[in-house]
Design a protein around this ligand. Sequence first.
Ligand SMILES: C[S@@+](CC[C@H](N)C(=O)[O-])C[C@H]1O[C@@H](n2cnc3c(N)ncnc32)[C@H](O)[C@@H]1O
Length: 467
Amino acid sequence: MLTILEPEQSLFKTEIELIHVEKIIGSGYEEQIAKLAIIDKVAYRAARKNMQINSAIVLKLNGVFSGFFTFQVNHEAKEFCLLQSAMSPGTEDEAIYSQMVQKIIDQNTFGYPMIMTVSTKHDLEKPEVFHALGFQTYLIASGFHYVVYGKLSDVRLKLLAHIAMTNLWKSTTAEWLKIKREWNEKIEEAGKRRGIADPKFATRSGCWQGDQGTANVVLSTKKIIDDKIVSDNSKTLNSNASVLDPAACEIILRMFMPIAGRIVYNPFGGGVQMGFVAGASGFDYVASEIRKNQCDANNAICADFKGVKWIQADSAKFIPDFRADLVFACPPYYKVETYLDYDGRPPDGEINSLTTYDEFRDVLFAGYERAIEAMNDNTFFVVMTGDSRDKSGGYYGCEAEHELFFKRAGLLIYNRIVYLESEFTRRAMAKKTLHHRKFPKAEQKIFAFFKGRASKIKELYPAIGRL
Ligand SMILES: C[S@@+](CC[C@H](N)C(=O)[O-])C[C@H]1O[C@@H](n2cnc3c(N)ncnc32)[C@H](O)[C@@H]1O
């Protein structure tokens, strides 16, 4: 196809041709594109045979080959990827380059989101050029802007994949913290509207009991008031509960919920975070939680989400009357926190108050067994868990026992993710614990166990597309 555009006033006498080629190979332009790609260096990949199967816009100025922009339409992921671009040395011009981009936009008759990675250091392939044409930046990383022409919601899974790209989830990066802050603001706002104080911690302020675990750093300050030394313990981390990270919740939900999935089940409900994020993402969420005070607070905060509810129940006995498309649990870590109800006591069946670790583990796994029975085939069971130390100083081995339990139950140990927390407080702890050769634990595990045939995952789970 050949398109001849009228010369632009500002480009007096320059005839601009923008030619759309369906495939570079066989178009007659393969060698010119390969040579310019090699000279350009940044666009060098366009010289590769396996990249020349892609489409391109070829630029001719006054009849002379002067540039290209390659692209690929991915119908499977329903997206339009802009790839490499270059203009011949001496012909570089932002206005003409922008016309090449616009010509690619015109090829998108499918309404797919269009994505591109551009660099702040490039003369043409740079954010300003793309922003002027309607692209938006959805991620900035190492000087690169990841831009999209379309809705930001279309690239949400891609954004989450970028911030959690390997099995090391660093919860302290700027992008991660931004997502976490946004969710926490929404939770705070919903709590305020429903009259629930401190919704992040609701019913669990002060439940932290650990003295050898993770966040046990005392930040108390002392002041002299009326000649007396007064301690202010309000900033002591000990007074706070472990709070589930809503950014991790969103990643888990988007990554591990099948395309046709709708219902999340959590056998150890706890805080409001996963239910809130699930509801706001359009999913149903059912949690069994043994404490009535926690159920009441969470149900109030999430009153706007009709399909989200915490049911007061012992998960070892609770039989779901639905099939789950994703199970998620962040269960108690043995003896790290206490979980108290309205009467100031742990309810019967609350596993963290059981006398021995073995009892705790057996009832925990009984809750998992009920949940596994409720899972649809080809779905994930995601557990965020940690380990704690017994009186002799050794770990109970709860993480390892999780893997063995799920393996014996017939699930695949599909992902073993390390959730990395801020090291700051752990470094302070190390000053005490390293003398005993105890390295403070700055991570938790997120296991994703899979029930079914892993070969079905690519087909049944949302496509991530190009990263
Ligand atoms: C560690 S908390 C969840 C922590 C999570 N990180 C959060 O943000 O809430 C685990 C929850 O399990 C609940 N629980 C304990 N035993 C239970 C049982 N047998 N059935 C259901 N829930 C139980 C506790 O009351 C607690 O709220």
